[in-house]
Every structure is written in structure tokens, then in C-alpha cells.
Design a protein around this ligand. Structure first.
Ligand SMILES: Cc1cc2nc3c(=O)[nH]c(=O)nc-3n(C[C@H](O)[C@H](O)[C@H](O)COP(=O)(O)OP(=O)(O)OC[C@H]3O[C@@H](n4cnc5c(N)ncnc54)[C@H](O)[C@@H]3O)c2cc1C
Length: 382
């Protein structure tokens, strides 16, 4: 067992840290306030390979391992949760679905533009009436000759309004429920694909989230991704990967809260000394540091197992659950350590809390993660 990062992993971590501190830190508050997707950051992310993190070079990707992807997302999230979520949806969901389950023709058609940041990827599973119970989706795809016709709607889709390449899940055999769902890839401008307005959100405000209406959208057969009726099984495999990325985002936000707390506790004085000298504050910091380290180890383990080609449904759920809840606890304590200043926007800790809250909801709520963990544990496969 080796707990050391290798030289390549350390180098990518430094690259991501330098980039995030230089290019994200100065803008994160402004982006949060405006709530607008900062398009200008995309070419810079692409230049570093962050728009195609784990994709092979053949498709224009940076060909990083999952452990390195975890490192990049953590560093980005330390400075800007919105940008971390942008990378999570683009890399971890849309791109991965096309890469793992698409044909070689589809990979060559869609992935290079996504990796180059010329196109933004979106992945649509959730609907207005189905989130945790994703297999209850109501969007229908009916075969008519050489194409499918899709009708329905999607909700809370990251890049739903700014996206260019959409991977959408629809029911092809409603009577087979979760065994009757199929994935389709469509591009912006397809007749019947109607992106909605961006949602006004609590956190991750500069990442784009929108509903999508789908009305009589004709999709040729060669835009089916994976097998007919196999989309939901593929989706679960994608979420095993995506949850590691969301957990890394939580880790980055938790670490930012910890660092801000340490800095502030050393500067702020009460009763004639820095508050860092009070045991009550020290214990909060000790708990934050320990829980985040635990989250890091769970994330690295899940990412490492993914790099070994293993299924990680249990490990990914554990890592995401623990990292997101540890991050929320850390952000909560960070606000408390900052006292009244923690409650105002001049200090970033309230933003960290708002951004981290998404990690307990997106790609499966904490309740859903506990369902997955309990199922594995009780069935004895743990
Ligand atoms: C900012 C943002 C970005 C997102 N991006 C995407 C995206 O790109 N693509 C996409 O497809 N989706 C996306 N989502 C959707 C997200 O994955 C869902 O919101 C999430 O899965 C929860 O679904 P829901 O909102 O329908 O809540 P519900 O499923 O209605 O859940 C409501 C509550 O009930 C609980 N609950 C439900 N079932 C059970 C149960 N069996 N046992 C115990 N508790 C239960 C839930 O945990 C939750 O607390 C995004 C969401 C947000 C907020």
C-alpha cells in the first residue's frame, strides 16, 4: 500500500493549484454574485487539458488517471465551486458516457470538440418528477423507421442552457421500467430540443443549471449511445465515476473552509489573545482536519480502484457521502469560527457552505448514497 502521490500526480496537482489561485480566485466572488456562467474561463481550462481530464489523447484528452482527476477537481473547488461543478458534469458525466458506451464513430465525432472546450457537455437524467427515483423518468423515445422521436422534459441539468452536446436518457420500453431506458446524444440546435432559462440557485451560482423541454425531437438511430434499453445500467456505471468527482469537489470546498478558518483564528483576537488559542476553536479545527483527511483517503481509494478497472459502486457512494457531509460540517464550523464575519459575503466561508451543499444532493442525495451502501453491506458484498 502506497499513500504517496507519484511525480506526475504531484505535477498536475501543482498545475491545477497555480491555475486555480491565479485564474479562479480573483473572480469567484464576482461570478457567484452575478450568477452567470463565465464562458471566458473555458478556453483556459481546455488549454490545461481540464476539459478532457481522463480522455485518451486520441480524442484530444489529457489522459489522466482518476486519482489525478480527483486532485484537479479538489484544487479547482478550493477556489471556485461553480467551476468544479462545470468540470464535473462536462468530464464526469457527458464525456464519460460517450467514451465508455459510444461507438468509435461517436467518440471521434463528439469527444475532440468537448475536450477542446469548443463544446460544452450536458447529461440529462433527472426530470421534474423523478430524481432519486431516476428510473421513473417519463421522457419517451418511440421508434419510427430509421429514427426515434423523443418527448418529455429534463430538470436541473448542468449546462442545460449553455450546453452544445447533450446526452439524454429516455424510456424506450416503458413496460420494462429501468431495463427499458436508452441513451441518446444530440446537439444544440436539434429541432425539438428546447433548453430553458438558467435557474437562480443557492450555490454553485456561476455553473449553468436549466430545464430542457423535448418536443417531437427526431433522433437518428446512429445517435443511440450504448445498447437499446441498456441506458440505465450504463448510467449507474457512470455515476460510480461521477460520484468520486463530486466528492472531490466537496473535499476542495471543505479544505478551503479549513484553511480560511486557520488563517482567521490566528488573526482574530478575543479576551486578549488570538481565538486559535482557545481549546473550543482548536477542537473544531482538529475535527475539520481529521474528517477531511478521512474523506481524502476514501476518495483516493475509490479513484485508485477505478484506475484498476474495478466497479466501485460501494466505494464511490461511501466516498461521496462522507466527503460531502464532512465538507458541510467543515463549512458550518468555518462560519462559526468567523463569528459575525462568517455570515457576511466579504468573507468566502458562506459561499463555500452554499457551494458544498450541492454535493449532498447532486448525483444522488446522501439518502440515496446510504441506500447504496446499505444494500451492499447487508447483501454481504462489503
Ligand atoms: C445544481 C444542480 C445540478 C444538477 N445537475 C444535474 C445534471 O447535470 N444532470 C442530471 O441528470 N441531474 C442533475 N441534477 C439533479 C440531481 O441529481 C437531483 O436533484 C438529485 O438526484 C435529487 O433528485 P430530486 O431533486 O428529484 O429530489 P427527490 O428525489 O425528489 O428527493 C427529495 C428528498 O427525498 C429523499 N428521498 C427520495 N427517495 C428516498 C428514499 N427511497 N429513501 C429516503 N429518502 C429518499 C431525497 O434524498 C431528498 O432528500 C442537479 C441538481 C442540482 C441541484
Amino acid at each position: 500500500m502506497d499513500f504517496e502521490l507519484n511525480a506526475d500526480q504531484k505535477a498536475i496537482q501543482k498545475l491545477a493549484r497555480d491555475f486555480a489561485q491565479g485564474e479562479l480566485r480573483p473572480h469567484a466572488r464576482k461570478w457567484d454574485e452575478s450568477g452567470e456562467f463565465p464562458k471566458e474561463i473555458v478556453p483556459k481550462l481546455a488549454e490545461l487539458g481540464f476539459m478532457g481530464l481522463t480522455l485518451p489523447e486520441k480524442y484530444g484528452g489529457a489522459a489522466l488517471d482518476m486519482v489525478s482527476a480527483v486532485l484537479v477537481i479538489e484544487e479547482v473547488a478550493r477556489e471556485c465551486g461553480s467551476t468544479a461543478l462545470t468540470l464535473a458534469a462536462h468530464n464526469g458525466l457527458c464525456q464519460k458516457h460517450i467514451f465508455h458506451f459510444g461507438t468509435e464513430e461517436q467518440r471521434m465525432k463528439y469527444l475532440p470538440d468537448l475536450a477542446a472546450g469548443k463544446k460544452m457537455g450536458a447529461w440529462g437524467l433527472t426530470e421534474p418528477g423523478s430524481g432519486s427515483d431516476a428510473s421513473g423518468l417519463q421522457t419517451k423515445a418511440v421508434k419510427q423507421g430509421d429514427h426515434y422521436v423523443l418527448n418529455g422534459s429534463k430538470a436541473f441539468i448542468t449546462h442545460g442552457s449553455v450546453g452544445d452536446t447533450f446526452l439524454l436518457l429516455a424510456s424506450t420500453s416503458p413496460e420494462k421500467k429501468q431495463k427499458g431506458i436508452t441513451a441518446f446524444v444530440v446537439e444544440r440546435g436539434t429541432l425539438g430540443l428546447k433548453p430553458g432559462k438558467p435557474e437562480d440557485k443557492l450555490g454553485c451560482r456561476a455553473s449553468d443549471t436549466a430545464q430542457i423541454a423535448i418536443e417531437n425531437m427526431k433522433v437518428p438511430l446512429d445517435q443511440v449511445v450504448g445498447g437499446i434499453d441498456e441506458g440505465f445500467i450504463d448510467t449507474l456505471k457512470i455515476l460510480d465515476k461521477g460520484r468520486i468527482i463530486i466528492g472531490s469537489m466537496a473535499l476542495g470546498l471543505g479544505m478551503a473552509a479549513l484553511q480560511a478558518s486557520v488563517r482567521y483564528a490566528k488573526e482574530r483576537e478575543a479576551f486578549g489573545k488570538p481565538i486559535a488559542e482557545f481549546q473550543a476553536i482548536q477542537w473544531k479545527i482538529a475535527n475539520m482536519a481529521t474528517e477531511l483527511e478521512g474523506a481524502r483517503l476514501l476518495l483516493y481509494r475509490a479513484a485508485y480502484l477505478q484506475d484498476q478497472g474495478k466497479r466501485t459502486s460501494l466505494e464511490s457512494a461511501q466516498a461521496k457521502l462522507y466527503a460531502s457531509e464532512a465538507a458541510i460540517r467543515a463549512c458550518n464550523e468555518a462560519i462559526q469560527i468567523h463569528g459575525g464575519y462568517g455570515y457576511i459575503k466579504e468573507y468566502p466561508v458562506e459561499r463555500y457552505w452554499r457551494d458544498a451543499k450541492l454535493c449532498e444532493i447532486g448525483e444522488g442525495t446522501s439518502e440515496v448514497q446510504r441506500m447504496v451502501i446499505a444494500r451492499h453491506t447487508i447483501s454481504g458484498s462489503a
